[in-house]
Design a protein around this ligand. Structure first.
Ligand SMILES: Cc1cc2nc3c(=O)[nH]c(=O)nc-3n(C[C@H](O)[C@H](O)[C@H](O)COP(=O)(O)OP(=O)(O)OC[C@H]3O[C@@H](n4cnc5c(N)ncnc54)[C@H](O)[C@@H]3O)c2cc1C
Length: 318
């Protein structure tokens, strides 16, 4: 089945775009790995207008049900390849193939891999990229944080309140990160920094049981832990877009103020783009801009007039 618009990504950018496109009568499909994206990693968003405090999951769920009100469809899949033939975009997912007249790229950022042995094998079985989501599973147990700077300290701060002990690896002989966070972590009392150590391997049986580090003097140390939290920051995983749309040196999709990419019929929004200040509200705003541009593109393609604004009243009771 061919859609007017396919949106890749089901978080704030993608879902906001979906509200606009489906409300304007576009046959819209959101293909996404989850609903909420990075928002799922936070229990509390305090700077989204209209809510004093709301979890990322609750906020994204509200976006999704609003898009569904207007008939937006969802497919839980991961897109691996995008091609174009005669102005029709063809998306290859793990589960299915999809086709559309226009695309909105809204697939945000993904946690950066550490790249050590055992990481892939134990993903979801003790290797986690989200301390807030998975930390409670290790209540009263010993865990490790392998990462860098404030990302690692932020995770240690939270895990220190749940786990019995938290080991944090450090490449150098001092703690890297901002001074106030270092002080906060130190007050916890159950966080131990493992200095001058390089992570070599995550070991286990069915689940993780140790983190192996190589010390500066060449000795190997096995730290007995039930989980390893990898906190290396986030990257735009845009390899599939190489040669398809222009990107900057951070591999972010370059967009203009209307959400246009370098390719006709392909629009982008949110953290996957080169727009600064990666925030939920900015992704949502950009999603609506990309959506209006995509709607105009599809109207033009179908020989119709462009939409100038989106203020029409839709009576949902009809
Ligand atoms: C711990 C943490 C706390 C934060 N706190 C705040 C806060 O308090 N306030 C605030 O405004 N912002 C906060 N942010 C930032 C905010 O979460 C992001 O800016 C926002 O989520 C970006 O939304 P997005 O839609 O652009 O992309 P993302 O949230 O990155 O979502 C991308 C979506 O695309 C999907 N996807 C990825 N690749 C594919 C693929 N190949 N195929 C199909 N689907 C795919 C993902 O599953 C996901 O649904 C926080 C971020 C983190 C990590």
């Amino acid at each position: 089945m061919k859609y007017d618009i396919i949106i890749i990504g089901g978080a704030f950018a993608g879902l906001s775009a979906a509200i606009y496109t489906s409300r304007q009568g576009m046959k819209t499909l959101v293909v996404t790995k989850d609903i909420g994206g990075q928002g799922l990693l936070t229990n509390e968003i305090q700077n989204y207008p209209g809510f004093d405090s709301i979890s990322g999951f609750d906020l994204a769920s509200k976006f999704q049900s609003q898009a569904q009100l207007y008939g937006c469809e969802f497919s839980y899949d991961e897109i691996r390849e995008i091609t174009e033939e005669n102005s029709i975009y063809r998306l290859k997912g793990v589960e299915q193939i999809y086709e559309a007249d226009a695309l909105i790229l809204a697939f945000g950022k993904t946690p950066r891999d550490l790249g050590c042995e055992g990481e892939e094998k134990f993903k979801g079985r003790g290797v986690s990229y989200c301390s807030i989501c998975d930390g409670p599973l290790y209540k009263g147990k010993e865990v490790a944080v392998a990462g860098a700077g404030d990302h690692a300290l932020q995770a240690a701060l939270y895990l220190g309140t749940v786990a019995s002990k938290v080991y944090v690896t450090q490449k150098g002989n001092r703690i890297s990160g901002s001074e106030d966070m270092i002080q906060d972590v130190k007050t916890l009392g159950n966080v131990e920094f493992v200095y001058e150590s390089e992570v070599k391997e995550i070991k286990g049986d069915k689940t993780v049981n140790a983190l192996t580090v190589k010390k500066k003097d060449g000795t190997i140390q096995d730290i007995s832990v039930k989980a390893v939290f990898i906190e290396m920051g986030y990257v735009a995983k845009t390899q599939m877009l190489k040669g398809f749309v222009e990107m900057n040196k951070e591999n972010e999709v370059i967009v203009d103020m209307n959400g246009f990419t370098s390719r006709e019929g392909v629009f982008a929004a949110g953290d996957v783009t080169n727009i600064p200040y990666k925030q939920a509200i900015i992704s949502a705003g950009q999603g609506s801009v990309a959506a209006l541009s995509a709607i105009n593109y599809v109207h033009k393609k179908h020989g119709k007039n462009a939409v100038r604004s989106d203020w029409k009243f839709v009576d949902l009771k009809k």
